[in-house]
Design a protein around this ligand. Structure first.
Ligand code: PFF
Ligand code: NA
Length: 440
């Protein structure tokens, strides 16, 4: 009794490989797909954004996700200590990632709060008379703060239960529900008058737009890819650290990327027909406006109340399954390093994030600023450091990690060089453009 070993708690892990995949998909699929992706697409030329986004997913998203997976499974540590295995300076990279997750969850919960409010008010029909008037001001203020708190409490509740009984169980139920409900909504949207115009706007590539807006399109697309795939804030590192077996990480990464992309496109196939059916110009839709426009569509559509409930319920489920991954990152660091019960840590970190989110809840402009700092500076910096770490600190070890369970020797080798050159260059360039635009 009392030996050092007794004091080192056994680290948690996923009960099954499916659990890891469900959790990773649950993290990826979120507000980034249903709220942010359509609104970013709408403010960057619609279909043009889609093309650049797709290329960025393949060239940067998937290889970067595999990079985070290899760091996590190699180290079996939270993000701070995972980077810390490369030396003291590297620990700072881990701290930055954990801070980024903390930063994002602060305003992510505010948007999650909006969703709860829309859900509640869809069931009462409260906004149906005049959504724009009803929601003007609802995005910011004390009400918004209240709903943010509700959202944060749900998130804390799940993280408190830990990996297997909290995150894994919740996401195994949530992910199938999200996909099924989204498919139903997309089928419904296809029946709307105006669906054709919506599809055209979303799907017909506008190459002129791409070439004349290159410098704004690239950082926006890279930022969205990192955001939507939960990259650059240590999530995939931490989630992979709870993986025990030596299955192929490549297959898991592919599954996450494919489902996430599929849900993002489904969201576009739902949102744009809804907007065009209403005669709303998508370009006008800002961070909060897209919800108002959608609410507006529900008002006039047959069975709009039911539709509203289903739509906001999916968005809420997707948002919660992502928020838990964000809260888990700083939580995991404290769980690994301090003898404090997990529920207390989750509550403490969640409460602190709620406080950081107060300015975003009170002012939508602040929320948009927090969001662009995250997607254009913090996440690209995080993934840049991941790239250097995998490329030169882990190097061949990372290659071996990716090679496990894979009967194929060329791919891991190619991947390492791809990370060292293509991902590094693309992310580095994006970062320079973003920093330059922030400096202006
Ligand atoms: N990937 C999730 C989404 O698309 O909503 C959540 C998320 C995780 C966003 C990590 C941002 C982030 F840094
Ligand atoms: Na996403």
């Amino acid at each position: 009794q009392g030996s050092a070993r007794d004091r080192t708690p056994v680290r948690e892990h996923w009960a099954s490989r499916a659990g890891f995949i469900a959790a990773a998909i649950g993290s990826a699929v979120g507000l980034g797909n249903i709220w942010r992706f359509p609104y970013e697409a709408a403010s960057h030329g619609g279909s043009a954004f889609l093309v650049v986004d797709f290329i960025a997913i393949l060239l940067i998203g998937l290889p970067a996700m595999l990079a985070e997976f290899t760091i996590g499974r190699r180290s079996h540590r939270n993000v701070v200590d995972a980077f810390g295995s490369g030396g003291r300076i590297w620990k700072l990279a881990g701290v930055l990632a954990a801070v980024s997750a903390f930063w994002v969850v602060s305003y992510y919960s505010v948007v999650g709060g909006w969703v709860i409010r829309y859900l509640v008010e869809s069931s009462s029909g409260a906004y149906f008379a005049n959504p724009a008037a009803h929601f003007s001001g609802a995005a910011a203020g004390l009400d918004a703060l209240f709903f943010t708190a509700v959202f944060m409490l749900i998130t804390i509740g799940i993280v408190a239960f830990g990996i297997e009984r909290g995150i894994e169980l919740a996401t195994k139920l949530m992910v199938p529900a999200i996909v099924v409900l989204m498919v139903c909504l997309a089928v419904y949207a296809a029946t709307l008058r105006g669906a054709g115009a919506g599809y055209e706007y979303f799907l017909e590539p506008d190459f002129d737009y791409i070439f004349s807006n290159f410098e704004t399109l690239i950082p926006a697309a890279v930022g969205e890819v990192l955001f939507t795939l939960s990259l650059g804030s240590g999530i995939m590192i931490t989630y992979a650290s709870y993986v025990e077996d030596s299955e192929s990480l490549l297959a898991d990464g592919l599954a996450v990327v494919i489902v996430n992309t599929f849900v993002g496109y489904l969201a576009g196939l739902i949102v744009f027909p809804l907007l065009f059916a209403q005669g709303v110009q998508p370009g006008d839709a800002g961070a909060g406006a897209i919800f108002v426009s959608i609410a507006n569509a529900f008002r006039t559509l047959p069975a709009g109340e039911l539709l509203g409930i289903v739509f906001y319920l999916v968005v809420l489920i997707a948002a919660v399954s992502s928020a838990i991954s964000l809260l888990e990152i700083p939580t995991a660091y404290f769980v690994d390093n301090f003898p404090i019960p997990r529920p207390m840590i989750a509550a403490g970190v969640g409460f602190a994030a709620f406080l950081l989110g107060v300015p975003s809840a009170l002012n939508t402009g602040t929320l948009e600023l927090f969001d662009s700092i995250a997607s254009e500076v913090l996440l690209p910096t995080g993934i840049f450091l991941v790239t250097v770490f995998v490329g030169w600190v882990y190097g061949r070890e990372a290659m071996a990690e990716l090679g496990e369970g894979l009967h194929e020797r060329f791919l891991p080798r190619y991947w390492l060089w791809h990370v060292r050159i293509v991902v590094l260059a693309a992310v580095g360039m994006t970062l320079l453009i973003s920093l330059a635009s922030f400096a202006n």
